[in-house]
Design a protein around this ligand. Structure first.
Ligand SMILES: C[S@@+](CC[C@H](N)C(=O)[O-])C[C@H]1O[C@@H](n2cnc3c(N)ncnc32)[C@H](O)[C@@H]1O
Length: 323
């Protein structure tokens, strides 16, 4: 049996006997949008490790391709913002999971007067062969699935996402990452991998694979503790902390000097002039923090080491500037 077959078998089982708490984290603020009621069976199948919903990305009724539907919770949340037939295309290889999501969405329609199940189109298919045309969707989202894949399969999945997104389109993901490389004996454990506990890459490797697939800009929207792998249970010499990372990656060309990764850093020009212009698109007003990507922060610091302060990553970036 391949590891992907083990994964499918695992998710078939948890579609039929839900495991509340399998992947979830404590905060999922978008469960409480006005007039949005999440059915109880859908809540019990929240197998996401963060959120891929960012309301600022969801204006103008975008078309969303959702990979790995689970119990349908995020598909329903996306439909909240795109209220039209077929707005959310949910791709799911596991028949029992497709059936569970369909059932849950029928309940959602009874509990939410604004929702019609036709808003979500649940299709058989998988992350390696997305059943939509090139450059046809505005947003692709996946929550707590890509971390399950081996690094080579992650690259294949990211290439598929890049293929189906329109130019400028966005990949919205939430995945566990590891604070140090996961040791081989855990990586090779297919059940732990299926449970989103042992396939995680380090932050650097995860981000680099997104860039290598052709995404020129990445924004980190949240980074929080996810699970601690302890020594006796996981046969480790030191406990290993996993984190959950919410990101949005844009299908724009990768700049010649490298991708722009926004992690919430700002640069502050300390004077003596009123402003500093690097003639590369950054005008810094004295004393006013300017949100920049990590690459620009490093470049500006190298340029003016005595006159620039770079603040730490907040891991919570959602656009810059107030003036
Ligand atoms: C951890 S669950 C996450 C479910 C959902 N995103 C959520 O947040 O609740 C992973 C989902 O991906 C599905 N899946 C497994 N292998 C897949 C593949 N190769 N391509 C697409 N989906 C897959 C599983 O059946 C399951 O529904």
């Amino acid at each position: 049996m391949t590891y992907l077959e083990t994964v499918a078998q695992f998710y078939s089982a948890v579609a039929q006997a839900p495991q509340a708490g399998l992947c979830c984290v404590q905060s999922s603020p978008l469960n409480w949008l006005p007039e949005l009621k999440i059915p109880q069976p859908m809540q019990e199948m929240n197998y996401g490790c963060g959120s891929t919903l960012h309301p600022q990305e969801l204006v103008n009724q975008p078309t969303i391709l959702y990979i790995g539907v689970g119990g349908g919770l995020e598909a329903l949340q996306f439909a909240y913002f795109s209220r039209r037939p077929g707005a959310v295309i949910a791709v799911e290889p596991v028949a029992a999971m497709r059936e569970a999501a369909s059932r849950n969405l029928e309940i959602a329609a009874r509990e939410n007067p604004w929702f019609d199940p036709s808003f979500v189109d649940i299709c058989p298919g998988d992350a390696f062969n997305l059943p939509v045309a090139d450059a046809s969707v505005d947003i692709v989202a996946q929550n707590c699935l890509f971390n399950i894949f081996t690094p080579e399969d992650l690259t294949r999945a990211l290439q598929q996402v890049h293929r189906v997104l329109k130019p400028g389109g966005r990949l919205q993901m939430s995945d566990p990452i590891a604070t140090r490389p996961v040791p081989p004996h855990l990586q090779q454990n297919e059940r732990l991998r299926a449970m989103c506990l042992s396939g995680a890459l380090t932050y650097q490797e995860y981000i680099q694979r997104i860039i290598n697939a052709g995404f020129g800009q990445i924004e980190i929207r949240a980074r929080r503790p996810y699970r601690l792998l302890d020594c006796p249970t996981y046969n480790l010499e030191q406990p290993l902390l996993l984190e959950s990372l919410d990101s949005v990656s844009f299908k724009i060309p990768v700049p010649a000097d490298g991708a722009c990764v926004f992690t919430g850093k700002t640069v502050i020009y300390t004077g003596p002039e009123d402003a500093f212009d690097d003639n590369a698109g950054h005008i810094l007003q004295k004393g006013i923090p300017a949100a920049v990507c990590d690459k620009t922060a490093a470049q500006l610091l190298a340029l003016l080491p005595e006159k620039i302060i770079v603040t730490d990553s907040t891991w919570h970036y959602s656009g810059g500037g107030c003036c």
